[in-house]
Design a protein around this ligand. Structure first.
Ligand SMILES: [Zn+2]
Length: 211
């Protein structure tokens, strides 16, 4: 495995919300199993001076995103289902990205806006020759993780580099079709994202901070 040397780490926790976890309105099978690896990556990121971001659907009551030909009602803003899972390690100093507030699907966290009014792109785009690692995990592999990762590969890098690392053990798929998760991984790789395991990050095999 190639060890990437980077100047900064950003970790994106995609939509680890109650409605996508077991018992929720649009539960992803074993969705809560992403929490343990994400929590470890969030600690790692903060210890290395990086930025932890958590995105979430914040849908209106009525949207074309809900319906018989779309999705069951989920993550309506202000409801418990839209809250982040209580076990996810997100601190008040971390960044929250709200998405899906309008009449669109809002699958990608790059379509959202931080509570400080910034775009996710502005947080991850390299400054000058900076090398940035964006770690992505969460729910669900075949929708919001996939769309976020593919959008991340399109962020202008200028003279720097933005490495998009998708954490395979920190995401789970909806799998309306049984192979959707596998197909999503192929699409993310084709776009330029790299698949890694959380242990590869935590042990320094995949990533090292520049001195
Ligand atoms: Zn949604």
């Amino acid at each position: 495995m190639e060890t990437l040397t980077v100047d900064r780490i950003v970790t994106l926790n995609v939509d680890v919300q109650n409605d996508f976890c077991p018992g929720g309105a649009l539960a992803v099978t074993d969705g809560d199993e992403v929490i343990t690896p994400l929590n470890a990556l969030n600690d790692f990121t903060r210890e290395n001076g990086g930025i932890v971001v958590a995105s979430g659907d914040q849908h209106p009551q009525e949207t074309p995103h809900f319906g018989p030909d779309a999705w069951p009602v989920h993550c309506v803003a202000g409801t418990e289902g839209a809250e982040l899972h209580k076990d996810l390690n997100i601190l008040p100093t971390d960044i929250i990205v709200d998405k899906g507030m309008g009449q669109t699907d809002g699958y990608s966290a790059f379509e959202g806006i931080t509570r400080q009014g910034e775009t996710l792109e502005s947080l991850v785009a390299p400054h000058g020759r900076e090398r940035v690692a964006l770690l992505i995990g969460g729910l669900a592999t075949d929708y919001c993780v996939k769309n976020s990762a593919i959008d991340a590969t399109k962020v202008p890098q200028g003279e720097g580099r933005l490495y998009v690392l998708v954490i395979e053990d920190a995401m789970r798929a909806v799998n309306l079709q049984p192979t959707d998760g596998e197909e999503a991984i192929k699409e993310m790789e084709a776009a330029g994202a790299r698949m890694v395991e959380s242990v590869d990050i935590l042990t320094g095999r995949a990533l090292e901070l520049a001195k």
